[in-house]
Design a protein. Structure first.
Length: 172
């Protein structure tokens, strides 16, 4: 069972003083933006990701495998949040510190899932632009989302979060 802590009011390091991490934008929306940019740039200036002559079946298998993995990990992560009774959406307050299930292996499985989905789409679309933008997406997640969430969770949950952070890796 996940450990639970409840706190009310403003949280230090939460950005605007509200009980939320103050992230730059919701992570799926950031992904949509980068995917859209990649689609437009790729349409104007195609840049293949895969080497010429790569077997299409292998490309589809890798791309679809990454998409399936992303969907599976996302499902596990969302279920863990719901079971703990805490909000999935980043603008809403965290009401529990989830440390069990998939969260015992990664502090950010939802972001791991989004990266796998994005990577799978890049492979399926054979887009070098999307692969480059995936690196930018990871950087924005790390700086504009994860760093802010970590400050927020430490301010909200204190020592239990610090212990969890010391025990579980950020990504994998």
């Amino acid at each position: 069972m996940p450990s639970r802590s409840i706190a009310h009011g403003a949280v230090p390091g939460a950005g605007d003083g509200a009980d939320n991490p103050g992230v730059v934008a919701r992570p799926p929306r950031i992904a949509y933006l980068f995917l859209g940019i990649g689609a437009i740039v790729g349409w104007l200036w195609p840049l293949p990701l895969l080497p010429a002559g790569a077997p299409p079946a292998l490309c589809y298998a890798v791309g679809a495998g990454l998409v399936a993995l992303g969907l599976f990990v996302m499902t596990l992560a969302v279920r863990a949040f719901r079971a703990a009774g805490t909000n999935v959406e980043t603008p809403k307050p965290a009401t529990a510190l989830v440390t069990e299930g998939i969260y015992a292996r990664s502090r950010n499985p939802m972001y791991v899932a989004l990266v796998a989905l994005f990577g799978g789409i890049a492979v399926l679309a054979d887009s070098g632009w999307l692969a480059l933008l995936l690196a930018a997406y990871v950087a924005v997640l790390r700086i504009g989302v994860i760093a802010r969430e970590e400050r927020y969770l430490e301010g909200k949950f204190g020592e239990p979060y610090r212990t969890y952070r010391a025990r579980v890796r950020r990504w994998l």
